[in-house]
Design a protein around this ligand. Structure first.
Ligand SMILES: Nc1ncnc2c1ncn2[C@@H]1O[C@H](COP(=O)(O)OP(=O)(O)OP(=O)(O)O)[C@@H](O)[C@H]1O
Ligand SMILES: [Mg+2]
Length: 263
């Protein structure tokens, strides 16, 4: 089969959708200790870019997504979302500890955001069915969340986020609980959606391979407190080839950067 090679979207991207300007964030733990989660974060994300975030556990990745979503506020610095191109209602978030509403069947969970927008019941259920098929959950429309495995719930949460056709999609380790074959299928699905829709994505992963397969840029964080070690632009055509020497070189480079912060 002939594969379609698409040029990298970094070239020619236009407006900034989201920017972090000198952002810092800390927490006070229950025992009263101060925890610095993020320091000196400067990051400009163009509308339509796919940005992946990698770094050790506790380096502030979830904190950064929470700040982007506006569900947490920075201690210092500022975050701005270009609301003319990305209204707040068009921001979707797949949480690290993904949640479905336990009192709604899977299809209604996926359709929930559409109900809030006044979309008719028939259209909601059709859209929900299509998305459930795309994430490999065809046949589970009428199931209750508690009847699904962890990986299936994760897939339903992804379908739920995609249902509103988001302009900014925040995803916190969304494929973490999936087997490798399903993970690759969903990587392809997300890559295709990103290619076909104008959507900015911030995607946290512990897999450098996944970060390089999907992203236009990989933001590499230091250990806690999280600072940006490198803003790595990926100038490789899509679909990315794991067998490509340049892919392997970049993989090893990022492994090297992360290893330096975990001596
Ligand atoms: N609500 C909170 N109260 C106190 N400390 C917090 C809170 N949220 C996060 N932290 C601390 O801030 C730091 C960053 O946490 P965060 O969850 O952002 O890390 P992470 O990079 O997402 O880690 P992981 O890869 O394990 O998900 C950690 O030290 C964490 O303990
Ligand atoms: Mg996290």
């Amino acid at each position: 089969m002939k594969m379609k090679i698409t040029p990298n979207k970094i070239v020619g991207s236009d407006r900034i959708a989201l920017s972090f300007n000198d952002v810092g964030k800390g927490y006070t733990s229950d025992s009263g200790t101060q925890v610095a989660a993020l320091q000196n974060i400067n990051l400009q994300i163009d509308h339509g870019q796919f940005v992946t975030l990698v770094g050790a556990t506790g380096c502030g990745k979830t904190t950064l997504l929470n700040l982007a979503a506006g569900i947490d506020t920075p201690a210092i610095g500022a975050i701005s979302l270009a609301e003319d191109i990305c209204p707040k209602r068009d921001v979707a978030y797949v949480f690290q500890h993904y949640t479905l509403l336990p009192w709604l069947k899977v299809e209604h969970n996926v359709a929930f955001g559409l109900k809030m927008r006044g979309i008719s019941r028939k259209q909601r259920i059709n859209a929900s069915g299509d998305l459930l098929e795309q994430v490999g959950l065809k046949g589970y429309e009428k199931a209750w969340p508690h009847e699904l495995s962890g990986g299936m719930r994760q897939r339903a949460a992804i379908a739920q986020a995609l249902a509103i056709n988001p302009k900014l999609l925040l995803m916190d380790e969304p494929f973490g609980a999936l087997d490798s074959s399903t993970r690759r299928d969903l990587q392809t699905m997300l890559g295709n959606l990103h290619r076909d829709r104008k959507m900015t994505i911030l995607f946290v992963t512990h897999s450098i391979d996944e970060a390089l397969i999907l992203g236009d840029r990989v933001i590499v964080f230091s250990e806690q407190p999280g600072r940006i070690l490198e803003d790595h632009k990926i100038f490789l055509p899509r679909p990315r080839m794991r067998s490509d020497d340049a892919f392997t070189r970049q993989l090893l480079h990022i492994y090297g950067l992360l290893a330096e912060t975990h001596p």
